[in-house]
Design a protein around this ligand. Structure first.
Ligand code: WTA
Length: 606
């Protein structure tokens, strides 16, 4: 109804507590990095914490429409932080805690965030991530660029057991890992401890009433030009879409225990850890750790511990665990499991079958959900138990979704076909703009084929009408389910003083799906060495983050280019794979570089 108002935080908390009377229901079982570190939080407790933290933010001057950056590990306070922003109508911009200081700075500047919420440090498996240090570095860079962020709120996570702040986390047992005294620097007047601010905050907070089309959050995704795009989702459509897709795609029932393994720093976490399950009053698992720590059966031990009924993960995790055989899986009962989901990249039939036969003991339907940061929620997906499955196919569109396959000239193909996957009509969860650059939104998604939303993915429809995603057809690659643009990695490489030019292509990888294969041309006076490749890797980790670390870096005295100077990536992909069937190379300006590159190929992962 025009003029009506709403608030998503109200809908996922107050409504669940007061109208559905589910205040005592567990919203999250939190499982820390160490198996002994656990806690749980009910809807009522979460509501109180969110109200308190909303009051903290309000006191710090946060108002409707302001942008707040969040850079946190997978802990309940991350959920509290995002919902508190939503309660005030402020846009959260969550930056995955695996991203570098530079990436965080870039995102803070792009959206002019006035406040940052972070934590002291956390463990991912054996690895200590000193988050506050990275946040400090990012804020320092922001200051240098003339944008001082006025407030940084820090959760004391690593040494929380000493706090006694009365919240449920402080009651969790001391962590067993050595808890190093992480020295964190403190900027007086800018840095504040979360637990100190919350101490003085009241536990009631009237939500800010919003229009359905008011922005809810910004989430950055790689763009083919190299500069990440701030995808903007709005309150009403996104809420409806994630609530509905969650309910039907996972066949939600009140007694379910749902576990989506994605980090909240990605769209899957936004939609299916926080908003979708909570809008349905579901109980979920929130997991801080990794699938291989302390051992490779961690996932299944968590499934048994909380009697998980619906489990949602990425093909890369399945392929990783598959390598260790069936035993780590079958030694756990997994009897509670009913539905298994996958997301993030095409799942190869071998991994699909292992997931179905071994993990799900052939009892559980698999929902292979195709969607994107931009779509807010599932687009192509089976409905469990109702859609006959084919391993590797995301099957059919969700309710109200109208896919089409186009050829290069933009004609819709009927029946069995392969081409560009597009959507013919909008759906509630479609992104509304690129933050601060509406023109980029229109150019990226609507210009190539006017009247259609272009996904950037290739797709095949078989004789039975099933859709099969064939992978990206732009300059993006999908490493372990995370999209990266070749341009962003190339620009990180050429910032090194030894590098004159770089070209990055996607290369098949047995676990990650795809990995990065980089060709670098050196400046005069430099020699190619393992020290240099290590430096380049470090540079990429610092500029983008560890997920973008290349597997291969090859010396390329020359690159195959067209006469107009365009790098021929198609040829480079073949060289990387030692495939001599190069097709038409008549447009290569200097064919001699090709044989030179074949002889310099990297044979092993560096
Ligand atoms: C890919 C993740 C095949 C695809 C939710 C898409 C998939 C990109 C699938 C979006 C799937 C996602 N089968 N490919 N089930 N799910 N993709 O924005 O290339 O991180 O365009 O959103 O991942 O990645 P994003």
């Amino acid at each position: 109804m025009k003029g009506a108002t709403t608030n998503i935080c109200y809908n996922v908390l107050d409504r669940i507590v007061h109208e559905k009377k589910l205040g005592d229901k567990i919203a999250f079982y939190w499982e820390g990095n160490e198996p002994e570190e656990t806690t749980q939080i009910t809807y009522h407790e979460l509501l109180v914490q969110v109200c308190q933290f909303s009051n903290v933010l309000r006191k710090q001057g946060i108002r409707k429409g302001d942008r707040v950056a969040i850079y946190m590990p997978m802990i309940p306070k991350l959920v509290v932080a995002m919902l508190a922003c939503a309660r005030l109508g402020a846009l959260h911009s969550i930056v995955f805690a695996g991203f570098s200081a530079e990436s965080l700075c870039e995102r803070i500047l792009d959206a002019s965030c006035s406040l940052l919420i972070t934590a002291d440090a956390f463990y991912r498996g054996e690895k200590l991530v000193k988050l506050k240090e990275l946040a400090d570095e990012a804020l320092e860079k922001c200051r240098e660029k003339g944008f001082p962020v006025r407030c940084c709120i820090v959760v004391k996570h690593l040494r929380r057991t000493e706090l006694g702040t009365g919240d449920s986390l402080s009651q969790s047992p001391p962590i067993k890992r050595p808890c190093p005294d992480v020295q964190i620097s403190w900027n007086e007047g800018v840095d504040f401890w979360w637990h100190e601010l919350i101490h003085e905050a009241g536990d009631e907070c009237e939500p800010e009433w919003c229009d359905a089309e008011d922005p809810l959050f910004i989430l950055y995704t790689s763009g083919s030009t190299g500069k990440p795009k701030g995808v903007v989702h709005t309150v009403g459509g996104y809420m409806l879409y994630v609530a509905t897709t969650f309910k039907y795609v996972f066949d939600f029932h009140a007694e379910d225990v749902f576990w989506c393994t994605a980090d909240i720093g990605w769209i899957t976490g936004h939609s299916y850890v926080t908003y979708g399950p909570m809008a349905n009053g579901a109980t979920s698992v929130l997991f801080e750790g990794i699938p291989t720590y302390p051992d490779v059966s961690r996932m299944w031990s968590i499934v048994d511990k909380y009697k998980v009924t619906k489990f949602y993960t990425a093909p890369t995790a399945i392929r990783l665990l598959m390598k260790f055989g069936d035993k780590p899986v079958t030694k756990h009962s997994r009897a509670s499991l009913q539905v298994l989901g996958t997301v993030g990249e095409p799942i190869n039939p071998e991994a699909w079958l292992w997931y179905h036969q071994v993990v799900g003991a052939q009892r559980c339907p698999i929902v292979d959900t195709f969607w994107q940061t931009e779509t807010g929620g599932h687009m192509l997906t089976p409905l469990p138990g109702a859609t006959p499955m084919k391993p590797g196919s995301a099957t059919f569109p969700f309710f109200g979704v109208a896919p089409a396959i186009l050829n290069e000239s933009g004609e819709e193909l009927e029946g069995e076909a392969e081409g560009y996957l597009v959507f013919k009509q909008p759906w509630p969860g479609i992104m509304r703009t690129v933050y601060g650059n509406h023109e980029r939104f229109e150019t990226t998604y609507f210009k190539k084929f006017p009247g259609y939303y272009v996904t950037g993915d290739g797709c095949r429809r078989d004789q039975d009408g099933y859709y099969w995603i064939t992978g990206r057809i732009d300059d993006m690659l999908n490493v372990s389910g995370h999209l990266l643009s070749t341009a962003e990695v190339e620009s990180a490489l050429v910032e090194h003083k030894a590098i004159a030019e770089a070209a990055v292509v996607s290369h098949p990888h047995p676990v990650k799906g795809e990995c990065l294969y980089c060709f670098v041309t050196l400046c005069d006076g430099y020699t190619f060495s393992s020290t240099l490749t290590e430096e380049l890797k470090k540079q990429i980790r610092e500029k983008i983050g560890p997920i973008a670390t290349p597997d291969y870096i090859q010396n390329a005295p020359g690159l195959p280019k067209t006469r107009s100077g365009k790098i021929m990536r198609r040829v480079l992909r073949k060289i990387a794979q030692n495939d001599h069937d190069l097709g038409d190379i008549s447009t290569v300006a200097d064919p001699s570089v090709i044989s030179q590159l074949f002889s310099h190929r990297c044979l092993t992962v560096q």
